[in-house]
Design a protein around this ligand. Structure first.
Ligand code: AVJ
Ligand code: FE
Length: 438
């Protein structure tokens, strides 16, 4: 799997071009007023994301890896995510759309120059193109954030993509995950970020995991059964939040006569029953699971179901094997602007038989954000370390809005348990009985 410097150079160049094409598309879709507007207190104006992408790229690739003169040192503070809360970003003296576009182009030109001359080996930061890979992933992460901003934007639709094909639900509703150790995390995946490292053995008790994510149709049953009105399905914090925030359905859903409609990128449509439910918070996911007589999986359980191959005892890079994601494996990369129906992507199945673990919707799991044993912050504390122990729950597997370069079997995402503007869904798990576990 290790690439020579020339292969790394080619791969990096291609990935940089792909991420920029996506950022360009997401920011070209709306006019300048829309780019500087704040569509939700939870989000930055799109023009902030764009210049922030350029600024991170300048800090790591132009200045650190390249050792070049700064392109613009005066704007570092403006685009430091830790200096200004998202809610305050619109009032900052941000670069205008024209200036932001010029800035990211100037940075990118220098980066291609650095890429030409960097030895891409010797220093851990550039070994296998790590710093470039980190910046590609950073841009793609913000592209998913920008897609979430588009979903919050009010107005005529501007983003379009073909719908995924219909699917048949697999026969088995649950897969059995046998008891025993497996290797969680990675020490060898070249572009894995610090919180995915190092590889370590973890024991997992036998359990059952839903073969596919929970669908809108199933979630509608929970609503119809009064799930939002009965505190017994909710944790104490979850119920307090449900009351305070007046939750009654996933975000972007509205009642329409006897049924429900939801708005997706500006288009109102009947809630599609076969699609994985999306835009639910952790508390809603946990309440549904309890109502269904189940629970959410933990992070080690999710990763074992996704990566463990009982035939070899090895952990795979992805559910389907070690091959990079292709369109036959998973709904990634904003190819479709919605999750694919439950049961899609049989070729993306894990060794244990679970589908759609990667792509479609981020899956809430019942674990807090903690470092793996042997964790070392790299290359900066602010990617992961400063978030450990905070009020976060983990999300795994990526969504239709996540790029293939920004998700792996080991990839760890996190957010506050009340957030639902992200492309978040879930699937359920349950313990195996002692007899089944043997
Ligand atoms: C890993 C998705 C939680 O968007 O807050 C982007 C990624 N870190 N810029 C986020 C990130 C710095 C991060 N998540
Ligand atoms: Fe960022």
């Amino acid at each position: 799997r290790l690439l020579g410097p020339e292969q790394v150079r080619e791969k990096v160049a291609e990935q940089l071009r792909r991420s920029r094409a996506r950022s360009d598309a997401l920011t070209a879709a709306v006019d300048d007023d829309d780019l500087v507007r704040q569509h939700s207190k939870l989000m930055s104006p799109l023009v902030w994301d764009l210049a922030h992408i350029g600024n991170q790229e300048e800090l790591w690739l132009v200045r650190d890896v390249g050792g070049r003169e700064p392109v613009r040192e005066d704007i570092d503070q403006l685009y430091d995510a830790f200096q200004h809360a998202r809610a305050n970003r619109p009032s900052l003296p941000l670069l205008s759309p024209v200036e932001a576009r010029r800035y990211v182009r100037e940075v990118r030109d220098k980066v291609f120059d650095v890429l030409e001359t960097s030895p891409l080996e010797g220093r851990r930061l550039v070994e296998q193109g790590f710093a470039f890979g980190m910046i590609v992933q950073h841009e793609q992460q913000h592209d998913e954030t920008m897609l979430a901003t588009h979903q919050l934007r009010v107005g005529a639709p501007v983003l379009r993509a073909p719908d995924p094909a219909p699917a048949t639900r697999p026969v088995k509703r649950e897969v059995f995950v046998p008891a025993g150790p497996f290797t969680m995390g990675t020490s060898t995946e070249p572009w894995a970020l610090d919180n995915e490292r190092p590889a370590h053995r973890v024991h997992v008790d036998a359990f059952y995991l839903d073969t596919v994510p929970v669908s809108n149709g199933e979630y509608l049953d929970f609503i119809a059964a009064g799930g939002y009105d009965q505190p017994r399905w909710w944790s104490e914090v979850g119920w307090a939040h449900r009351q305070r925030a007046e939750l009654f359905a996933p975000r972007f859903w509205e009642r329409d006569g006897d049924g429900w409609v939801r708005t997706r990128f500006g288009v109102v449509e009947p809630v599609p029953v076969d699609e994985p439910v999306v835009h639910v918070c952790f508390h809603e996911a946990a309440a549904y699971a309890k109502w269904a007589g189940k629970r959410l999986p933990t992070e080690p359980e999710w990763e074992k179901a996704a990566r463990f191959d009982p035939a070899t005892g090895r952990s795979r890079r992805y559910p389907w094997g070690d091959e990079d994601p292709g369109p036959e494996h998973a709904n990634l990369g904003q190819r479709h602007l919605r999750p694919a129906p439950v049961g899609s992507y049989p070729l993306g199945e894990s060794a244990l038989g679970a589908r759609q673990l990667v792509g479609d919707v981020w899956e809430w799991v019942d674990s807090d954000f903690r470092p793996y044993p042997g964790f070392a912050a790299f290359p900066y504390r602010e990617y992961s370390e400063v978030f450990f122990g905070g009020d976060y729950k983990m999300l795994r597997g990526g969504s239709f809005g996540t790029d293939a370069s920004a998700v792996r079997g080991t990839f760890r995402n996190w957010d506050h348990p009340i957030r639902r503007q992200i492309f978040s869904g879930f699937r359920c798990a349950r313990d195996a009985s002692p007899a089944e576990a043997r």
